[in-house]
Design a protein around this ligand. Structure first.
Ligand code: NAP
Length: 295
């Protein structure tokens, strides 16, 4: 049996589906049995509760051959890194108390760096907490920037008529569709082909710049002249906070954007067959256009 955290989220939902399709037993974790229902209808077992509850997590991990662990991002958090550490401590306790021996942790590229990586610093902290566990096989799966982040531009195009962020328009960086992360996670979980403190980075199909993304999306949604604007830090923060993101998370996202602009992460990383996946930005643009259409 596999325990899947955040089973209604981007990666957890796809992972749970793949495991169920393979005929595996899956315990799906989320806060609402209603939202978990599509997976329960396919035979998954529900574990309804909150990641702030270490006892709930322990009971949920008990009996699992392997766990898919993920920290749900709370973009309204007053202290994003502290929240990641609090949930990370609960996950570590639950692993210890449940006795589970294989854990795949969803981390991020950049978790190797100690500073200047914004929201990724909390993931690095949790990796290090997990690495202190003895006798547990841990794989840190480190995907790059999710293409799904680009969906935030739907509202911007509708309201402002352009795309934009703090990221420079001409910097090419690695982006991945979450549908390419879940199969890799499923494969590792089923094969259990990892031992203590393993790392697998995922960089998507190729590096692309925001100018290229904007051209591709613009053509798909019938706006071939769509423009991308690089915002100042101040304007970016205002856009983020206006959309409900806390001041701290906005600052952390700005720091991440700066890391991309400076080539610290996701830029010019060496590509291999192991870290390259198949979904192109052109294919993701079809999904972007569908979301744009119904929004
Ligand atoms: N965005 C990126 O570019 C990027 C890149 C690398 C790594 N990451 C990491 O990827 C992770 C996010 O993955 P994702 O996009 O698959 O997640 P997601 O779609 O944001 O899903 C998170 C899920 O967690 C559940 N959840 C939220 N709060 C919870 C709580 N307090 N207790 C229990 N469940 C809760 C929610 O489901 P319910 O509401 O149904 O409970 C939600 O579906 C984060 O850890 C992030 O740091 C992100």
């Amino acid at each position: 049996m596999y325990a899947v955290m955040s089973a209604t989220g981007n990666i957890g939902s796809k992972l749970a589906n793949i495991l169920l399709d393979k005929g595996e037993k899956v315990r799906v974790i989320g806060r609402s049995s209603q939202r978990l229902k599509p997976l329960l209808d396919q035979g998954a077992e529900a574990a309804v509760g909150d990641v702030s509850d270490a006892t709930f997590l322990t009971n949920t991990f008990k009996g699992a051959d392997a766990v898919f662990a993920l920290i749900p991002p709370n973009y309204a958090a007053d202290d994003f890194r502290a929240e990641y550490n609090a949930v990370g401590a609960n996950i570590v306790k639950a692993i210890q108390d449940s006795g589970v021996k294989h854990v795949l942790f969803l981390s991020s590229v950049g978790a190797d760096l100690p500073e200047k990586t914004g929201v990724i610093k909390g993931l690095r902290d949790v990796e290090q907490r997990l690495n202190k566990l003895e006798g547990v096989n841990i794989l840190h799966l480190r995907p790059t920037y999710f293409m799904e982040n680009l969906l935030a531009n739907v509202g911007m195009i509708k309201n402002m008529g352009n795309m934009g962020s703090e990221i420079k328009g001409d910097v090419k960086f690695a982006m991945i569709a979450t549908q390419d992360i879940a199969p890799v996670a499923a494969d590792h979980l089923v094969k259990k082909d990892f031992s203590v403190k393993a790392i697998h980075e995922l960089l998507g199909e190729r590096d692309v710049s925001m100018y290229e993304v904007t051209k591709i999306f613009g053509e798909k949604i019938g706006k071939p002249d769509l423009q991308y604007l690089q915002f100042s830090a101040e304007d970016s923060k205002k856009v983020m906070m206006d959309s409900g993101i806390s001041a701290d998370v906005s600052d952390q996202l700005l720091e991440l954007g700066q890391a991309i602009n400076d080539g610290l992460i996701a830029v010019k990383q060496q590509r291999t067959a192991e870290n390259t996946t198949s979904t192109s930005i052109e294919e993701f643009a079809d999904f972007f256009a569908q979301v744009y259409e119904i929004s």
